[in-house]
Design a protein around this ligand. Structure first.
Ligand code: COA
Ligand code: AMP
Length: 635
């Protein structure tokens, strides 16, 4: 039996014992005596009587063990031409000073702190300084607009916000501070203080009484090291807002203890990385990948992490990833397939790969969106190393399925993100909740309870948590992904069952975009769907109907709608196309046929929906799409 099968069987025979064993790799202030309490929360809670601190485990523990001089963090920023290295000792110093600043400004255990920052080491210091104090951070991705930030401020009610003067995109400098000020102005809840990191590329205007200069404050507290505050394993470590089916994002809550246990377990068994090695997740701290595998997991495991402020291409070329791997002796890279499609497009022969020394590099991990087999095969051929697709969600914080390299590499099936990880019993159900046979497409669900790190609830939204994840399939967590599990137990993720789309590995809600478009004064109704895109996987495209009596130029209206979505949601939505139609295709009960529209855009075969109100409308949609370069679908 392979080690994977053996380990999965160990988990499945006695999950509590399995996770209690895994928990022994964490330093506890009070070790848990109970692995799991099934009566707590919506489906039970892990390690309910454990007491711990994440910052201790990620930083102080390594210093205390005599590894203070070991490399902990590399900041590599081609956009500012900077490389900086921090040891665990340096990290402790930076985090200690910032934690003291937060403490002096009233941040206490359980208080929320929003972090709205670009990919700079101070973003990691901020996350860990919160962890040190037992405060709950909520990192907001820099590509989101002021309105999105405001929604998160209103929901999380942060005492302090940590931000920066700007982010640096290859084509422009993104001034963060005006976005932050606008978000605070929009929000009914105001933070008591904002700590602003002034960057060389742009100096932000500071507001007296509200804003503090990061460097000045930290300069004044350098050398202090407030204690690592003991928290319960079930206390929230962070809230991470992610797209839901409405404009109101879901505040995914992460437990402290279970999170650490799962992170540490996954570094050894899934990613096969050893303490002292360099692990690189080329993502952003604003996403779950950034939380788990830029910040927490590598540091908890005593590895060095890379904070990369750049893109896979254009900073300066498609060799950027290979240069970073070479310069910092990276052993494992984790990125989104989009990044590889971008690299392949610019360097199809992989010539730039060959120009770099990738001696230390062992494995490529891909996640965040479906990995098309062509991308996987190209990466395998050019890198001559295992290319591992794995599947997970913000809600779980770590892979639900994958190829646990640390337990021996399993054969790769291109198109499949591997086999279930210990912790996850993955099943495929029809809409009525009946189990489907192997190889049949259906709703992918996980038997409850979720393992450690799985979200126990949504911030301020217990009912929404039930409705979104637990109600449709009692006894299971509904992933909102559709797919199959084949006879060998390999999972295939085919599509979302809700209105979430995946744009360059970024999770976005078409419903949220529709809310923005529908608010325009000349719009009667609209629909947004995700159309297939060769680079980004999917791109949103909008259809709109003008109000009766409105006769606006559709080109002008499209421009207005595009800038409205950019202004309200952010550039990251990549919403660039909005087409006028006379009517939207609907069922007789008035449900918009978004799935059919998406198939028309992608030129996929589809069955005429039985309940369609007026089939002729599909011909109009087809010709509008054809005029815009999307091909007419065959019925
Ligand atoms: N702050 C501000 N703006 C941001 C931003 C940030 N942190 N990140 C992205 N944006 C902006 C970009 O500047 C761009 O704006 P534009 O419309 O003015 O050009 C827009 O959001 C879309 O950005 P992005 O998705 O990065 O697309 P791109 O066209 O600039 O680059 C790729 C294409 C393929 C290089 C890029 O999508 C990429 O690196 N993808 C990897 C995906 C990834 O790491 N996903 C994380 C999940 S694992
Ligand atoms: P996020 O919460 O941003 O991590 O997005 C989670 C969603 O991304 C999942 O529900 C899937 O739809 C999609 N996803 C993530 N990883 C994969 C993968 N390896 N293959 C297919 N889809 C994926």
């Amino acid at each position: 039996m392979s080690r994977y099968k053996q380990t999965y069987a160990e988990w499945s025979t006695d999950p509590e014992r399995f996770w209690m064993n895994a928990a022994s790799s964490i330093d506890w202030i009070k070790a848990p005596e109970t692995a799991f309490d099934p009566d707590m929360g919506a489906y039970g809670r892990w390690f309910p009587d454990g007491v711990c601190n994440t910052c201790w485990n990620a930083v102080d523990r390594h210093v205390a063990a005599g590894n203070g001089d070991r490399l902990a963090l590399v900041y590599d920023s081609p956009v500012t031409q900077t490389v900086k290295r921090y040891s665990f000792h340096d990290l402790q110093t930076e985090i200690g000073a910032l934690a003291e600043v937060l403490r002096l400004n009233g941040v206490d255990k359980g208080d929320r702190v929003i972090i709205y920052m670009p990919m700079v080491p101070e973003a990691i210091f901020s996350m860990l300084a919160c962890a040190r104090l037992g405060a709950i951070h909520s990192v907001v991705f820099g590509g989101f607009a002021a309105a999105e930030l405001a929604t998160r401020i209103e929901d999380a009610k942060p005492k302090v916000i940590i931000s920066a003067s700007c982010g640096i995109e290859p084509n422009r400098i993104v001034a963060y501070k005006p976005l932050l000020d606008a978000a605070i102005a929009m929000s009914e809840d105001k933070p008591e203080k904002c700590i602003i990191l002034q960057r060389d590329a742009l100096t932000a205007d500071m507001i007296d009484g509200q804003d503090l200069d990061y460097s000045t404050e930290v300069g004044a507290t350098k050398g202090t090291l407030p204690e690592c505050v003991p928290v319960l394993a079930t206390d929230p470590a962070y809230i991470l807002y992610t797209s839901g089916t409405t404009g109101q994002p879901k505040g995914v809550v992460r437990d402290t203890g279970g999170h650490m246990v799962a992170m540490k377990w996954s570094m050894e068994h899934h990613y096969d990385v050893k303490p002292g090695e360099v692990f690189w997740a080329a993502s952003d701290v604003g996403w779950v990948v950034g939380h788990s595998y830029i910040c927490y997991a590598p540091l908890l495991h005593g590895c060095a992490t890379v904070v990369y402020e750049g893109k896979p291409v254009g900073t300066p070329d498609a060799g950027a990833f290979w240069r970073v791997i070479q310069d910092h002796k990276v052993v494992a890279l984790f990125t989104a397939p989009t990044a590889f499609r971008a690299i392949r497009k610019e360097d199809p022969s992989g010539a730039l790969i060959d120009q770099h020394d990738l001696n230390h590099f062992r494995t490529l991990f891909l996640a965040g969106e479906r990995s098309d087999p062509a991308t996987i095969e190209w990466a395998q051929q050019k890198l001559k190393r295992p290319v591992v697709d794995h599947w997970w969600q913000t809600e779980t914080g770590w892979p639900m399925s994958g190829n646990p390299v640390g337990l021996g590499v399993l054969p790769v099936k291109p198109g499949s993100p591997g086999v279930p990880m210990p912790g996850y019993r993955i099943e495929v159900l029809d809409d009525e909740g009946r189990q489907l046979p192997a190889g049949t497409l259906g709703n992918i669900v996980c038997k409850l309870p979720l393992p450690p790190s799985g979200t126990p609830t949504l911030w301020n939204a217990e009912e929404r948590f039930h409705k979104a994840y637990l109600e449709d399939f009692p006894g299971y967590y509904a992933t909102s992904d559709a797919g199959i599990v084949d006879e060998d137990g390999y999972v295939f993720i085919m599509a979302r069952t809700d209105d979430i789309i995946n744009v360059a590995g970024h999770r976005l809600s078409t419903g949220a975009m529709e809310e923005v478009i529908a608010a325009h004064q000349d719009i009667a109704e609209c629909a947004v769907v995700g159309a297939a895109d060769a680079l980004k996987g999917q791109l949103p495209i909008g259809f709109f109907v003008q109000n009766d009596g409105a006769s606006r130029d559709p080109v002008e209206l499209e421009r207005e709608l595009v800038s409205l979505v950019r202004e309200k949601i952010g550039a990251v939505a990549a919403f660039k196309t909005a087409m006028e139609v006379e009517r939207l295709p609907k069922t007789r009960s008035g449900k918009v046929l978004r799935g059919t529209m998406q198939k028309l855009a992608d030129n996929e075969a589809f069955k005429m929906p039985a309940a369609i109100d007026d089939p002729a409308i599909l011909d109009e949609i087809s010709s509008v799409l054809a005029n815009r370069g999307y091909r007419k679908a065959s019925k």
